[in-house]
Ligand binder design. Structure first.
Ligand SMILES: *Cc1c(COP(=O)(O)O)cnc(C)c1O
Length: 537
């Protein structure tokens, strides 16, 4: 299996190159040359497989055994998920006859990004070790310096994914004093030598700009081989397809005759739900995938109008057709900017992985039977759409493309008020379930969609974070419930005492790229010095 850029070109990469490269040089995202079909007997032969066994089966459809042998793949998968606290890795809980949650937060940082980042860290280490083993004595080893900015959520999952990995160092920038105490503690209490937390005197935007300027500095970038771990990395999408299969097998027997399973996915960058799309295209039976957004609703608006646009122009023009009154006042809204909501991990302006879906839509909308020509045409169409996104902040796809998108997806936007009342409803219901605000966006969308659906459906809502990670919203929703006690009902033992643990963090006094570069340089020099000193070990 080879991978190519959504924006075209002749480049065909191996899985290894795809994972180590991340973003294509022409700005596109890598996708597989074809979507593999499931083996003929998958519905019987995969039934009883554990999560890790299933992961080996699904992943090996996308990774040639010449690149990673089955034994190596199994070892990588087992190592990656050995850090999870639950034997099922991603367990399913039943909230009612027709509603289940797929809990993706039993990894080291209590959020769903662990599912992908635990594997990504091990893949990096595996590929670098193999490259270095092939080098002649005295040749410089290949290393990867991962640099990223975080407002809290992603940073800790990336740090836990890469901590203690050979030949990899990670520098995570966060705005000093502007990250929630638990999230700050989660990041800075990781004291492995290859993990560096940089607290920048500035905003999250400053941090992002700093990272961009480091990546833009060719010389620095090449010298340190900068790498990113953001959700456009193909390995992250691939890792996330596994739990769709696992939950299907778990729930299949419980489905009423003729009922379909619908996955409802709270999403921001369209990574998690895109993994579901791949599962669907591979042949996993499911109803239309449900996209659940918060007030940052670029995706929900796309499914209404076929316009993919940063700013809701229909609202600016006073068009009431697409501006829902219910959500109109939520979030601190800067015109044209990201809205701050109670589900901050989904606060985005554009969805970075949506480009991958757009490519498939462009491909399907292309006439003809010559596959090579269709791929070429789809890349050209997609490239045009992305150019107009860049220049105008919007693109309007043809009606035929919108219809294709509606064949596989539905979408719903949920306000902060709806999020809070959903958390309350599920806590006070028979299930007494405490949902985090991201999961609540999914639960609320599920309810709305199920009421609209003419045929009975069974829904699985992807639960993306442990409620203790977003204590503010959960407490706000439940503080008036006499039965609610945060410490007792929500706080996991791992979080107790976290705030008192030893920390390691470097303060960056001003948001200046030169300061960050100096820090990275000095650690690289130190590492090189200690490596020569210990070369005989
Ligand atoms: C990242 C994240 C999401 C959104 O995931 P996407 O893949 O970007 O759609 C949802 N919930 C939580 C808690 C997250 O951390």
């Amino acid at each position: 299996m080879r991978y190519f850029s959504t924006r075209g070109g002749d480049e065909r990469l191996t899985f290894e190159e795809t994972v180590l490269t991340g973003l294509a040089p022409n700005g596109g995202l890598y996708i597989p040359e074809h979507i593999p079909a499931l083996p003929g007997d998958w519905e019987t032969s995969w039934t009883k497989l554990s999560f890790t066994d299933l992961a080996v089966e699904v992943l090996s459809l996308y990774i040639s055994p010449k690149e990673i042998t089955r034994e190596d793949l199994r070892a990588l998968v087992e190592k990656s998920y050995s850090t999870f606290r639950h034997p099922d890795i991603t367990p399913i809980k039943k909230l009612s006859d027709k509603t289940h949650v797929l809990e993706l937060f039993h990894g080291p940082t209590f959020a769903f990004k662990d599912v992908a980042l635990q594997l990504l860290g091990n893949l990096f280490e595996f590929f670098l070790a193999r490259r270095n083993a092939r080098k002649a004595a005295g040749e410089k080893p290949e290393k990867l310096t991962v640099v990223g900015a975080t407002s809290g959520d992603t940073g800790s999952a990336a740090i836990y994914g890469l901590r203690n990995k050979a030949n990899v160092s990670i520098f995570i920038l966060h705005p000093k004093g502007r990250v929630s105490p638990i999230q700050e503690a989660q990041m800075t209490t990781v004291t492995d030598a290859n993990v560096h937390n940089l607290a920048v005197n500035g905003t999250f935007d400053d941090c992002q700009d700093l990272v961009k300027s480091l990546f833009g500095d060719r010389e620095f970038n090449a010298k340190h081989r900068l790498g990113a771990v953001n959700s456009i990395n193909w390995a992250r999408i691939l890792a996330q397809t596994v739990y769709y299969f696992q939950s299907y097998f778990h729930l299949r027997a419980q489905l009423p005759a003729g009922a379909e399973l619908q996955y409802v996915v709270p999403t921001g960058n369209f990574g998690d739900v895109l993994a579901g799309y791949y599962a669907k295209r591979m042949g996993l039976p499911m109803a239309r995938l449900a996209v659940a957004t918060n007030a940052n609703d670029i995706l929900a608006r796309f499914w209404r109008s076929g316009a993919y646009e940063k700013v809701d122009t229909s609202a600016l023009n006073g068009g009431a057709a697409t501006a829902p009154a219910a959500g109109a006042s939520d979030g601190k809204q800067a015109v044209g900017g990201v809205r701050e909501t109670l589900s901050p991990a989904m606060d985005i302006l554009v969805s970075s992985n949506f480009e991958r879906l757009l490519w498939y839509l462009a491909y399907e909308d292309t006439a003809g039977s010559d596959q090579g020509a269709k791929v070429h045409a789809a890349c050209a169409t997609l490239d045009g759409w992305m150019q107009s996104m860049k220049s105008d902040g919007r693109v309007q796809v043809p009606v035929s493309v919108l219809e294709l998108a509606r064949r596989d997806f539905v979408a719903e936007r949920i306000s902060d008020d709806q999020t809070l009342s959903t958390i309350r409803d599920y806590f006070t219901s028979e299930s007494a379930y405490v949902a985090d605000p991201h999961t609540a966006v999914g639960l609320c969308a599920a309810k709305i969609l199920s009421a609209q659906n003419p045929a009975p459906i069974t829904q699985v809502v992807l639960s993306t974070a442990h409620p203790a990670k977003f204590s503010e919203a959960v407490t706000r929703a439940l503080s008036s419930s006499p039965n609610f006690n945060f410490e007792h009902d929500v706080l996991p033992p791992e979080f107790k005492g976290l705030l008192e643990k030893e920390r390691r963090v470097i303060t960056v006094n001003a948001p200046e790229a030169s300061l960050v570069k100096e820090i990275i340089e000095s650690f690289a020099e130190r590492e090189a010095a200690s490596a020569t000193g210990a070369s005989s070990v």
